[in-house]
Write a protein that binds this ligand. Structure first.
Ligand code: SAM
Length: 345
């Protein structure tokens, strides 16, 4: 094997290894409970999920009747044996297509019995979500719900968009600023879910910074994971309550952008006092109500020359981030109040 091929294999193995962290049932339930009206009569696909170990599969299996699902499909990746942390040693993968016919007399209501007794389907290929077999399963699905490999997040989302699927997935908070992801958020084709923030995931023994939970399971706290979805939820129509008046000394103008810096989402000034462009932290998206605000772009768009009106023509420095007093600030999103929206306090 050539040196380059060896390096590529090593890189890919390392990347795959960092993708092995498993979502807890409570975190899945907590989020999915906000979308139950979307699930009725629908086919759900969990395509990065070994049905024998995934809590996504378990959740939808257990609430199949309650949600009135039509079908539930789960597919794993390069795994024939049911080990929690896929070693990706096999060249094939198992899958499960479960539908209401399987529910005659509720005979499979018992999850443990189902997992023990079911005969799992084996794919011809390795279960890669981009493979032909998996795309055929994707086509059958109405909604895809999973925690996909973060290292392939851009490709993963691009595929969901290409096949025009509804989705509810976990991703890294940094994904917001990816050039492939941010335009989807800006154009309201994708938004953040509800229960974001730190979560604990089950991880393999050799992960760094882990601890054992009360059942002796190795866990890792990850503060930077978020739900991403294109399923509507009530929270994104909640008005963000505003109470601050614009004062030039409180909201400085950037040196390089024609906009003001609003360092805290909770301190966005009232539109009656300021109706220009504001730079806000990325965490604004958790409060973003598309009826109330319009997203103009992000630092990246300025850098790409997509927002010329935002650039201060006298600025001689970089356009990578906002600068105030020569200090480079954190990543920002540029927003503006929507005209005609009635803010109630
Ligand atoms: C972050 S883990 C989450 C696992 C599971 N969805 C959960 O939340 O518990 C991502 C999973 O994607 C699988 N995976 C990695 N590359 C994949 C690919 N190309 N296609 C499908 N699944 C993949 C990994 O084996 C891993 O199990």
């Amino acid at each position: 094997m050539s040196k380059t091929a060896k390096n590529t294999n090593l890189q890919s193995a390392k990347r795959e290894k960092n993708d092995e962290f498993y979502t807890q049932l409570t975190d899945i339930e907590r989020e999915c409970n906000h979308y139950w009206e979307h699930f009725r009569g629908k086919t759900i696909l969990c395509n990065c999920d070994d049905p024998r170990v995934s809590n996504f599969f378990r959740h939808f299996f257990l609430s199949f009747h309650l949600l009135g699902l039509k079908k539930l499909i789960a597919v794993c990746y390069k795994n024939l044996n049911p080990d929690l942390f896929s070693q990706h040693k096999d060249e094939q993968a198992v899958y499960c297509v479960y539908d209401s016919k399987d529910r005659v007399n509720d005979q499979f209501e018992d999850y443990d019995v189902f997992i023990k007794q079911n005969e799992w389907g084996v794919l011809k290929g390795d279960g890669d979500f981009r493979s032909e077999e998996c795309i055929e399963l994707l086509k059958q699905a109405d909604i895809v719900v999973t925690n996909p490999p973060f290292s392939l997040f851009k490709e993963y989302v691009a595929q969901l968009i290409e096949y025009d699927k509804k989705f509810l997935i976990i991703g890294n908070m940094n994904a917001i600023t990816y050039k492939e992801i941010f335009p989807l958020i800006k154009d309201n084709k994708m938004w953040v879910g509800i229960n974001n923030g730190a979560k604990q995931y089950a991880v393999p023994e050799d992960y760094a910074g882990t601890f054992l939970d009360k059942h002796g399971k190795r866990m890792k706290q990850m503060g930077n994971t978020m739900w991403f979805t294109n399923l509507d939820h009530k929270q994104r129509h909640e008005p963000l309550r505003l109470g601050w008046r614009y004062l030039p000394e409180k909201y400085p103008k950037y040196e390089n952008y024609n906009a003001i810096e609003v360092s805290k989402t909770s301190e966005i000034p009232l539109p009656e006092t300021y109706n220009g462009i504001m730079g806000v932290p990325v965490s604004f998206l958790e409060k973003y109500n598309p009826d109330q605000f319009e997203i103009i772009g992000a630092d990246y768009d300025v850098k790409q020359g997509l927002l010329p009106e935002l650039v201060n023509p006298n600025w001689k420095g970089k356009l990578d981030r906002g600068y105030i007093d020569n200090e480079r600030l954190y990543a920002r999103i540029f927003i503006r109040h929507k005209r005609g929206y009635k803010n109630e306090n």
